[in-house]
Design a binder for this molecule. Structure first.
Ligand code: ADQ
Length: 473
């Protein structure tokens, strides 16, 4: 196995400082879990930002460096201005909304582009400094779209993969980006470009044809004498970990508490980062609509919406948070009683056990993003249901819908349709719930995160390496 150099905006660790000192703790995210094995086994490195360490003392910072090195992580420190302009600015205010078809959220001024480019260069320089011949490089996500080409300039022979974790939009949307050509050329520095679904692959291919004038792009493109492969690699989760969690006695006890009054009140669940792509307002309106038109459900359902604070420094997220708060308040004031309210809204992060207990306890899971690259929550819910019960209501605009077609698929813009699906889910006979959940689980367990990593890396290993450069005579 060749040494793997992983490159992502964030390192898979969290730096925690308290009175006892400073520690670098591995994070529990899907990417971190899936890549931990290959990272350790290949003896490779992971390059990325460790988060804000500006408040640490020099001694604490030295300890962080040492702990990162032990975990074979190479830190790239971002200044406050880089965080604000590269990460919050160009990545999260331009590329994020654009790739989710939300053009009206893209600022009129392209003022953070230069910083985006410079930080991408810093990443490429750092990776090149640590590269050894024979290494395989795997770059992740929309924050680093220029890195593949910047690396190709520095390391013409390197094997480079890129995975795009968010939707690749239709060419009609992508062409609206002033920096569209630079970004496309940035990606084409890779040997393999992976997306979650075939439709993102098709969008990317038609964007290349339309904007770069390439002819008939199929599963590869010829670029500067190299072949760049393009493919769909749907990301999975660590299904086994969720299965194991929901068998633990402490988790089962929590499930029992959640379901204590399940006979009188059905538990409907939503779990998301608080992000405007996740479709929370329309989901709340669908719950409201059901209560409005079917008085029999009033007092009979409890909708628990858990939202993790996310990108709080970006103004659009603050406005969105206000909108969600306001809707929750309005619906509860209309349909609550002295004894209970229909919506239980938790604005916080939960640990894996709490999350698994909620997944395992829910009667219905609502996953209704207005656009989502994949959506791992939908898969986590299925993995947490060894009882083969629970109904998944899933947006057809999430990448996960391509694989999980036994869910009740909904159009997240159609509030009335979502209210119908919620009602159908609440009334679904046990036998049908079982049949659907069994099929969903088979898919989620078979195509887990390890399978995703292996299939991407095998495809990357199978790409032809760049032909050696001929020195001019
Ligand atoms: P995200 O947009 O973050 O990821 P998602 O795939 O759903 O979306 O992953 C969210 C993760 O956060 C899940 O693992 C979930 O368990 C966790 N989470 C959510 N709410 C939580 C809470 N309240 N407390 C604790 N944890 C919580 C991006 C893309 C997705 C794509 C992934 C992976 O936007 O489309 O699926 O990357 O490629």
């Amino acid at each position: 196995m060749s040494r793997l150099l992983l490159v992502s905006n964030r390192l898979p660790v969290t730096v925690k400082a308290d009175k006892d000192g400073v520690s670098v703790v591995p994070s529990a995210g899907g990417l971190a879990t899936g890549l931990r094995g290959p990272h350790e086994k290949s003896g490779g490195l992971w390059v990325g930002w460790p988060g804000d360490v500006s408040r640490l003392t020099p001694a604490q910072k030295a300890s962080v460096e040492e702990q990162l090195a032990q975990q074979r992580c190479v830190p790239l420190y971002l200044s406050a201005s880089e965080v604000s302009r590269f990460y919050e600015g160009y990545s999260n205010q331009v590329l994020w909304p654009l790739c989710h078809y939300l053009l009206e959220r893209v600022p009129r001024q392209d003022r953070d582009w230069e910083v985006y480019r410079k930080v991408n260069e810093r990443f490429a320089d750092l990776v090149a400094r640590h590269y050894q011949p024979g290494d395989t490089i795997w770059v992740h996500d929309y924050q680093l779209m220029l890195v593949p080409a910047l690396l190709r300039e520095r390391l013409p022979q390197a094997r480079i993969g890129f995975f795009h974790h968010i939707p690749f939009p239709s060419s009609e949307i992508f062409r609206a980006l002033p920096r569209r050509l630079e970004l496309l050329r940035g990606l084409l520095g890779a040997d393999l470009i992976g997306f979650h679904t075939l439709s993102y692959v098709r969008h990317f291919a038609s964007t290349l044809m339309q904007l770069l004038g390439l002819e008939k792009v199929g599963d590869h493109v010829d670029q500067d004498g190299r072949q760049v492969r393009i493919g769909a690699f749907p990301m999975g989760i660590d299904a086994k970990a969720f299965e194991e969690l929901v068998r633990q006695p402490a988790v089962l006890e929590e499930v029992r508490v959640h379901r204590e009054n399940a006979a009188e009140q059905r538990l409907v669940l939503g779990v998301d980062r608080l992000d405007y792509t996740k479709g929370i307002p329309r989901r709340l309106l669908a719950v409201q609509r059901l209560l409005e038109r079917e008085p029999a459900w009033r007092g009979k359902l409890r909708f628990v919406q858990v939202a993790v604070p996310s990108r709080t420094a970006v103004e659009d997220y603050a406005t969105y948070r206000e909108r969600v708060n306001e809707l929750v308040g309005r619906i509860n004031s209309l349909y609550g009683s002295v004894h209970n309210v229909p919506i239980h809204y938790l604005y916080r992060s939960l640990n894996q056990k709490q999350l698994a207990a909620l997944y395992r306890a829910a009667d219905v899971m609502l996953v209704t993003p207005v656009r989502d690259g994949m959506n791992l929550v939908a898969k986590e819910f299925c993995a947490s249901r060894p009882d083969e019960d629970g109904v998944l209501v899933l947006s057809e605009l999430a990448g996960a819908a391509d694989e999980l077609d036994e869910a009740l698929l909904v159009n997240p813009f159609d509030v009335e349709g979502m209210a119908d699906a919620l009602e159908a889910a609440l009334e679904m006979p046990a036998e049908e719930r079982k049949r659907r959940m069994r099929a969903l689980r088979t898919r989620v367990i078979d195509c887990d995160v390890h399978c995703w990593v292996n299939s991407f890396l095998s495809a990357l290993q199978a790409t032809p390496t760049a032909p050696p450069r001929v020195k001019p005579q």
